[in-house]
Structure formats: structure tokens, C-alpha cells
Design a protein around this ligand. Structure first.
Ligand SMILES: C[S@@+](CC[C@H](N)C(=O)[O-])C[C@H]1O[C@@H](n2cnc3c(N)ncnc32)[C@H](O)[C@@H]1O
Ligand code: SF4
Length: 447
């Protein structure tokens, strides 16, 4: 067996081993959490002082009830539970840290309040929206989104949010199969969802719905039936495969990655036939909808991560906040970062390359110019093998995953990690360790 066929075989074995991973993966951070941690506040202050335009992600960790599949850091604490008030106080302190340290003139271009279910906070959420408007320069903000879910929107509430400055809602439907909703601990009926969507269309206009496929007990045509109805209402639709690796309560009877991919492509066909455009892999939008926050996030632009478990990115710095709500509230200073990674030129470049390869494709000329490098020289062997194995392709100036490669969308980008990082990942027994050994060495020192 020559070297190339040996490498092809090794790749295949690794991909097969990870076959039970999901498609498409719904979360991404590069470098992966836990790989390297640097000393907090000094780098943070310096990075924050270099921010020009930015986005805000703010995490609200409360829901009416916790869905069995949910992977996020959330609590079903009731409205009168003091933890909610205390969370708000801690959040306000954290907002002040950012507002007081951003350079004068820095502009916020998009805000995303996610969770959890922010609209489960009622008028507290309106107060948060107002506070952000007071403390940051949102005069150029193009998109201000709050996440929502059924049973949390009264008739007057979307109007109240709109007046406070919200112009987009991301609403979680998941499926319109009543028995499936019930089994995953989501208790509301389908007509109430459709009533909410009509109201969002009338009052907010720009909104998207989250849907999921591969949920336990769903019928064969569940996702297509769900989408057929939702397309009548929503300018934006997001598709998620149930991620059984990350869900916490053991609902995951995940089918194979192959069947997940098949469902995804059938759903994609239906949506694009009906005039939706695909953005960043699993978001679909038609006129009246937008995904500006996601666009900025996957374009490697700064995001202030505020609230427990939020992830942020500033020039030369990636960070994650304390996950535990109680610890977030009880922390002694106003600083909530638990883990941060300083990014040198090489890691910055790798972050952009891997993220774009994963979500949209890499414009090679733009990338080479920005990072003063040549991807095809730096990764010549890896690119040859991946193109030969039909995992990536070079089309119209873009390096992209092929349809076969999409299935390995959370693996292939990682293979473009720089040597020093793959070394650390190997020590952490990352599943890609066997192939990193073969491809880890770049052929040029430049990135
Ligand atoms: C932070 S949740 C917020 C949405 C809102 N709270 C709701 O559920 O209606 C964002 C989306 O992540 C998706 N999600 C959550 N857990 C997941 C899992 N284990 N696998 C795949 N998608 C998941 C769901 O589609 C959900 O709507
Ligand atoms: S999926 Fe949404 S509603 Fe369900 S627990 Fe997670 S964040 Fe809360």
C-alpha cells in the first residue's frame, strides 16, 4: 500500500469511527474548549480596547421547563425564584464592564439574546433590552434578536419588545408532531404555535423558526410535514439534527449520520424549491428574513459574550464564561470569564480557516491576502488527500466541503489546525489523533 492509499484508509477509518456524530453539527468553537487556558484579565482589557465594531451575545439561562434533548445551560427556576433577580444584578455588573471599557466610537452591529428562553423572563427581558440600548452604541445595529419558544408570548409582549428595540425573533418550534413534543417535555399545542407565528409576522416581521429532525418517535415524513406548514409563516428556517452526544437526558436514539444527511438534503431541497436561500449550512432565508448575527459570527468578527456560559471572541482572544448560574451570580469581581485562549497570528488564521470551511467555504485569495500565506502550499499534502478522497473541492475560488465531506463537517476543518494545537489535541486523546500524526506537519512556517 503506498502512502496515499494508506492515508486514505486511515481517514476512512476515522470518519467511520465518528459516524454516530451528528449532521449538521449545531455548535462550533475553535480552538475547542479546554485545550489551552491563559491568564484572564490582562489580555481581556487589551483585546477589548482594540474592538471597532462588534456584536453582542447575551445568555439568559431560564426556561419554562427543560426539554429532554436540550444541551444548553438552562434552569426551569420559577418566576418568583430569587435566582432570577440575582442573575439580573450579576448581568448588569457584567454589562458595565464592557460598556466602561470599549473604546469610544465602537459600534454594535448586531445583538442576539439567546438561551434558554429569554421571553420566559417577561418584562425582565424588556429591561435587559432597554439597558443594552442605554449602555452601548446601537445606532448602527442592523439586527436585534431575542430567542423565544411557545407559551411565552402574550398578545402585548412582542409589541413591548419591539418598542424597546427588538427587530427579530428566533422562535423554537422543533416539530409540529404533537406526541413528539410531549415526549420531549414540551407542553403546548400546535394551534398555539401557529397563532404565535402569525402574531410575530404581524408585529415583528423578521423572524426564524428552529426545527429539529431525528427526534425520538417522529414519523418518517416529520421534518417535511413540519416545514411545509412553517414555510407559510416564516421568512427564516433553521434545521438541526438531534445531537445525541450533547443532549443530557438520554432521548437520543439517533439514526446513522447517513440517514440524518438524507433527511437534511430532502429538507434542503424542499426549502430551496420554495424560494429559500441556504446560508451557513443549516439556515434558510427568504425575503423579509435575515441572519446577520450568524453571518458576523462565522465571519470571525468580534462578539462580546455576556451571561453564564456565553462564548465571546475579541481580536486575538477567544473566551467562555462560567457555566454554573449560581457561580456566575456569586463571583466576587465583575469578570465572568472562566476560560480563555490567546490567539496568535497562526491560531487566528486557523480559527478563520476552520470556521469558514465548516460553515460556508473559504475564499482562498481573500484568506491568503489577509493572513499573508498560501493555503495550497501550507497544506498541500492534506488538500491533495482530501480532494482525492472527495471530501473537499476547489470551486470558483472557494475551498469547500463536498456533499460527502459535509458529513464530516466537524472533523475535516479540525485537520487544518496548526501543529502546536494538534499536539495538544493528541494529548487530550482527540478522536482525530491518529490522522493528526500524519497530516500535522505543515510544509511552510507561514500561515
Ligand atoms: C438555545 S435553543 C433556544 C430555543 C428555545 N428555547 C426553544 O427551545 O424553543 C436553540 C435551539 O437549539 C436546538 N437544540 C437544543 N438542543 C439540541 C440538541 N441536543 N441537538 C440538536 N439541536 C438542539 C433547538 O432547535 C433549539 O431551538
Ligand atoms: S430547547 Fe429551548 S426551551 Fe428547551 S430547554 Fe433548551 S433552551 Fe429551554
Amino acid at each position: 500500500m503506498n502512502k496515499n492509499s494508506r492515508l486514505h484508509q486511515k481517514l476512512k477509518d476515522t470518519f467511520n469511527q465518528m459516524e454516530m456524530d451528528f449532521y449538521p453539527c449545531f455548535d462550533w468553537q475553535f480552538p475547542p474548549p479546554g485545550v489551552r487556558t491563559d491568564n484572564p484579565s490582562s489580555i481581556f482589557q487589551q483585546s477589548l480596547s482594540q474592538v471597532n465594531d462588534y456584536s453582542i451575545y447575551l445568555h439568559v439561562p431560564f426556561c419554562l421547563s427543560v426539554c429532554k434533548f436540550c444541551y444548553y445551560s438552562v434552569s426551569a427556576a420559577k418566576e418568583d425564584n430569587p435566582i432570577r433577580q440575582n442573575y439580573l444584578k450579576a448581568l448588569t455588573r457584567e454589562i458595565e464592564v464592557y460598556a466602561n471599557n470599549l473604546p469610544a466610537g465602537a459600534q454594535c452591529e448586531s445583538v442576539y439574546i439567546g438561551g434558554g428562553t429569554p421571553t420566559a423572563m417577561g418584562s425582565y427581558l424588556t429591561d435587559i433590552v432597554k439597558l443594552l440600548h442605554e449602555r452601548f452604541d446601537l445606532s448602527q445595529c442592523q439586527e436585534f434578536t431575542v430567542e423565544s419558544s411557545p407559551n411565552t408570548l402574550s398578545r402585548s409582549y412582542p409589541k413591548e419588545l419591539k418598542v424597546a428595540g427588538v427587530n427579530r425573533v428566533s422562535y423554537g418550534v422543533q416539530t409540529l408532531e404533537q406526541n413528539v413534543l410531549h415526549d420531549v417535555n414540551r407542553h403546548y399545542d400546535v394551534p398555539s404555535i401557529l397563532g404565535d407565528l402569525e402574531m410575530l409576522g404581524d408585529i415583528i416581521g423578521n423572524f426564524n423558526v428552529d426545527t429539529m429532525y431525528d427526534l425520538p418517535g417522529e414519523s418518517e415524513g416529520a421534518i417535511l410535514n413540519t416545514l411545509t406548514t412553517l414555510m407559510r409563516y416564516s421568512p427564516g428556517i433553521t434545521l438541526y439534527a438531534l445531537d445525541p452526544i450533547r443532549e443530557k437526558q438520554g432521548v437520543g436514539v439517533h439514526e446513522t449520520a447517513e440517514s440524518a444527511q438524507r433527511k437534511f438534503h430532502t429538507a434542503k431541497q424542499l426549502l430551496t424549491d420554495q424560494g429559500y436561500n441556504q446560508l451557513f449550512q443549516n439556515n434558510f432565508v427568504r425575503s423579509g428574513g435575515s441572519y446577520i448575527h450568524q453571518y458576523r459570527r462565522w465571519d470571525n468578527l468580534p462578539v462580546l459574550g455576556i451571561g453564564p456560559s456565553a462564548q465571546g471572541y475579541l481580536p486575538r482572544l477567544q473566551y467562555t464564561n462560567i457555566n454554573n448560574i449560581k457561580q456566575y451570580i456569586d463571583r466576587e469581581d465583575n469578570f465572568s470569564i472562566i476560560e480563555q485562549q490567546a490567539l496568535d497570528h497562526t491560531l487566528e488564521a486557523a480559527r478563520e480557516l476552520t470556521t469558514k470551511l465548516r460553515f460556508s467555504g473559504v475564499n482562498v485569495d481573500d484568506f491568503n491576502e489577509k493572513y499573508n500565506t498560501d493555503i495550497f502550499t501550507t497544506f498541500s499534502e492534506l488538500i491533495d488527500i482530501l480532494i482525492g478522497g472527495n471530501q473537499i473541492e476547489f470551486v470558483d475560488g472557494f475551498l469547500k466541503l463536498t456533499v460527502a465531506g459535509e458529513r464530516n463537517n466537524n472533523i475535516i476543518p479540525m485537520m487544518f489546525s496548526p501543529d502546536e494545537l494538534t499536539g495538544e489535541l493528541c494529548q487530550m486523546k482527540h478522536p482525530l489523533a491518529p490522522v493528526f500524526g500524519e497530516f500535522g506537519k505543515r510544509q511552510s512556517a507561514a500561515y
